[in-house]
Design a protein around this ligand. Sequence first.
Ligand SMILES: [Zn+2]
Length: 198
Amino acid sequence: MDRASIRRLYEEYLPLIEESIRSWRMIYYKEKGSRRSSKEGAGSRLGKEYIYGTVRPFFERLSPDDSRYIRTHRMIVFGMMEHSPSLKAVVLKASGRKLAKLLLREGIVKSLDDLPMVFMVQRIGLLDIIDESLNTMKVNIYECMSCFGMKPVFTPMCDFEAGIIEGILEGLYGRNATVEKNCWGLGNHFCGFEVYFK
Ligand SMILES: [Zn+2]
């Protein structure tokens, strides 16, 4: 898909995207004040429900095969988690950074405005830029393919997504560390990333 057709698809769905983001933001505002810190079950393994029956409200409207698409992606994450959670984090973040480089090189991402477009069209999630300042940035993802709807395992799950954000922002603005602070895996109902520029 070239940039123009990606942009067309994104714009076609823009009203629905904005409506979805507005309602997810309400949940974000409610939760951001109260940090969930329960360590109960820390390090618990992913259950079968991680793979089956994930229905993402926005993406299901976009495409009725969404839960099958999610299952394929999650099978890979599941397998990596079983093998080695730390290796999974490193490999998926590196893969996300690789995808970011490709999107920049192909000219699909040219500015920060293109980030929500790519996340939606690639069905990664609904990306919402919350805050931008000189040295830091806050980015949320709603209905994230890696964690939406899962039971908490007390570890953040979205290394692939963090890698894409980190890689794209590195290409656009410079070196940074992108860290996932909120996640369904941590008991939240959104993913919250903090970006620290170096
Ligand atoms: Zn997450």
